[in-house]
Design a protein around this ligand. Structure first.
Ligand SMILES: [Fe+2]
Length: 174
């Protein structure tokens, strides 16, 4: 039997508002309220929003987590349009340094934005690294230097540095 991720809990200040935010931005069906959870089904799995006080206790704090969603190009257009309609800040990178930009890694598109709890959300049209090293803009986490000219090797070093930053930036305790 194949193992599938069934659900994960997402800590929220307001589980209903936060789940509604995600469902609306991604264009998914409205959340299902079940006990303490507000459940957003995403493909095969679900993000089960729960108020942080119930999840972690009265003194519980929300630690920023990262959730990335693989979408089609058409879905990306719709998500990007909703982000702009709401005047939400967005970035091309997980360090949130390239404001008002999207990335074109792996021959696709990617965008980072925040939910009402400070969780970092990401929409991508290609999985990390799927464009290989020959894509116009390889994913920065790819760091191959095989068969490269000195010029592209220098570029690779930049890409590798960016990859190291990215791996750090996607940690929850940054
Ligand atoms: Fe990511």
């Amino acid at each position: 039997m194949a193992v599938r991720l069934n659900h994960t809990i997402v800590a929220a200040h307001d589980h209903e508002a936060s789940s509604k935010f995600l469902a609306e931005i991604l264009g998914l069906p409205p959340p299902l309220l079940l006990g303490p959870f507000a459940i957003v089904t995403v493909g095969d799995t679900s993000l089960d929003y729960m108020n942080v006080k119930e999840y972690r206790g009265d003194d519980g704090e929300i630690v920023s987590q990262h959730y990335a969603f693989l979408v089609t190009e058409a879905e990306f257009d719709e998500i990007f349009a909703r982000i702009r309609e709401r005047h939400l800040p967005y970035w091309a990178d997980p360090r949130l340094s390239q404001r008002d930009q999207i990335n074109e890694w792996d021959g696709g598109r990617g965008i980072y934005f925040q939910d009402p709890n400070g969780h970092i959300l990401e929409a991508i049209t290609r999985p990390y690294g799927s464009g290989g090293t020959t894509a116009a803009r390889p994913h920065p986490l790819l760091a191959s230097t095989e068969n490269r000219t000195p010029e592209t090797r220098r570029h690779d070093q930049t890409v590798r540095d960016e990859g190291a930053h990215l791996a750090t930036a996607e940690r929850p305790d940054r």
